[in-house]
Design a binder for this molecule. Sequence first.
Ligand code: 6MZ
Length: 347
Amino acid sequence: METEADLFYRLLPKVELHAHLNGCVSFETMERLIARKPHLNIEHSMTAIRAGQRRTLDECFQVFKVIHQLVDTEEDILMVAKAVIREFAADGVKYLELRSTPRSEEKTGLTKTKYVETVLEAIRQCKQEGVDIEVRFLIAVDRRNGPEVAMETVKLAEDFMLSSDGLVVGLDLSGNPEVGHGKDLLPALQRAKNSALRLALHMSEIPSQKEESELFLTLPPDRIGHGTFLHPGVGGSDSLVNKVRQLNVPLELCLTSNVKGQTVPSYDKHHFSYWYQRGHPCVICTDDKGVFCTELSQEYQLAATTFGLSPEAVWTLSQQAIRYSFAPECIKQQLEQRWMELRPQVL
Ligand code: 6MZ
């Protein structure tokens, strides 16, 4: 049953800036995928982490491997991407930046170029069908695949930035943070930066990434994903914090993901409070709404109840996210206008 409070958060216009396509697959879409591929013997318990459950970060990455087995044709990608876009729209998200790692699959004939084209096709079809949401796409580099694949992916992103009518706006760096070192990926990231791709980099998701984060800040990135261990007290440092603050790089913060993935011990210990209290740009995001069984409205509600945010503060948080998006100025202005129209009288 939806309460009045739930309704406030669902109707709140929202911006989602950190959403991995294959981590966002809902229960309903998963049922369809499982039914299409019964021979894989995959069950729901292998693709989602339910309420009260937790996994190690390593176990979370096993979940993505299972999902990738289920999503390996153009048809699957089109279905998944359209469903994810519609679901975000139904949750009151007005602007979505989706990210995904292009994959090729020999047995189905899927290529990385086709992969990206299919996601873009899903975005266009949703637009034509009148789904009330603006969507842009970030091409993701999975750090597990090393420097050569990273460089190829940057080139792919450059091509699509020029040919996608503005739908491809940037590059994401993600993947298991335990694997590889960012210094090997720096040339690819530097090239992306020079080509005017906007950079959203996962940084300090685990404590051992301090040196890597220092290196990435020399680029610097346009947004930081997670940044869980940047600050002192959890293994980070004043100098890292000062650098991030001086550069004013916004943080994409995903409460449930971090709690369920056990990099943060509980909601009240989430680093949202550290950065928010300092007035640093923070954007509430879902990360993987399917895997972590959440929605953006729920994440806003959790942040508000955990940290005692007023409805006015929640509104400001959602509105300010517009300026941290990689959308062009004209879209940002349209979104600002939407926010003014949708602002509830009670605030
Ligand atoms: C780092 C993550 C992640 O790209 O196949 N991904 N990378 N940290 C996280 N925190 C939990 N959650 C998801 O979506 C799945 C991929 O997104 C990245 C991983 O590379 C994962 O394989 P796509 O659409």
